[in-house]
Design a protein around this ligand. Sequence first.
Ligand code: ZN
Length: 360
Amino acid sequence: MSDKSLELRKNLETKGLDALFITNPANQRYLEGFTGADCFMLATCGKNYLIADSRYVEMAERECRDAEVLPHRAPNPPLQDVLSRLASGNGLRRIGFERERLAWGLYDDIEKALGGVGVELVPTSSLVEGIRAKKTEAEIELIEAACGIADRALDDVLPIIKPGISELDLKVELDYRMKIGGADDVSFDTMVLFGARPSQPHANSSRGARLKAGDFILIDYGACRDGYRSDTSRTFVFGKASDEQKLAYKTVLNAQEASLKKVFPGANGRDINDIALGIIKEAGLPAFGHGIGHGVGLEIHEEPSLRQNTDVFLEAGMVITIEPGSYKPGWGGIRIEDTVLVTPDGCRILTRFPKELMEL
Ligand code: ZN
């Protein structure tokens, strides 16, 4: 059993569970190296089982570190029968499931079948995600590689930013540069927003939105390397920035730098959030409604979540974002975001694209 599976076993024992039914593909990948989708894992205290339909059986057998691969779906038995057989054969009485990751229809099917063999299904949270929050050296290397690819790709697309280019065109170019630069995928749907549109912190890039002088350009994007992700936001001004744009930018940058200084083992996410919020409010700017940051790894949003009114304590080895912003409908928005590693004595910023205001 891998170290990661052994840690999960400890979590199962603490919760009095005999096994965990894993539907989150990122957790399957973390524990077994399996990169497929739509499959199921049963992690027992002694062994992992990966339950795959015919599309994924060969892949699972090739990729899984230790798991036994079991086929399901016609001509094989349905998932619920495979699970009941495993439960009976291994004497499982209490099986946890991932409460945020199991659709009702599937829950209903397996609950009926497992109930029939005397198994109780127990909702759980974070049993694997909690382990994933602290990264290994190998994971940090991959995230750092992803950050480097993202930095270079943004640098590469700057020359094509010209009047009239659409948000969608710039997005496609940036995605392409990341992929030919070594990314196996993008981290998430790249966001390129012009003009006043960045007041919507998360919006879709549009074919119709075309760049003109004085526009804000907000880019939120990331590269994915062997499953591990980066997350960066940068805001530029196209042409000369107005005094108002300059002042707002400086404020958000100050807020980000103040938050970064608060990132160290033992720091509370709430404090990291509040210092940025305070600086932005004090300058009379609209404050961001999202959290100051989130964990990044196999998923773009993972633990820990750093936000208002929430105590969460950082540990060395966590990789998080720090991303304050300010958004005003009709005017625009600014967000400055880096991916950051918590180190024993503070933090190391993994995304290195410059942050002083660039007037393109
Ligand atoms: Zn982010």
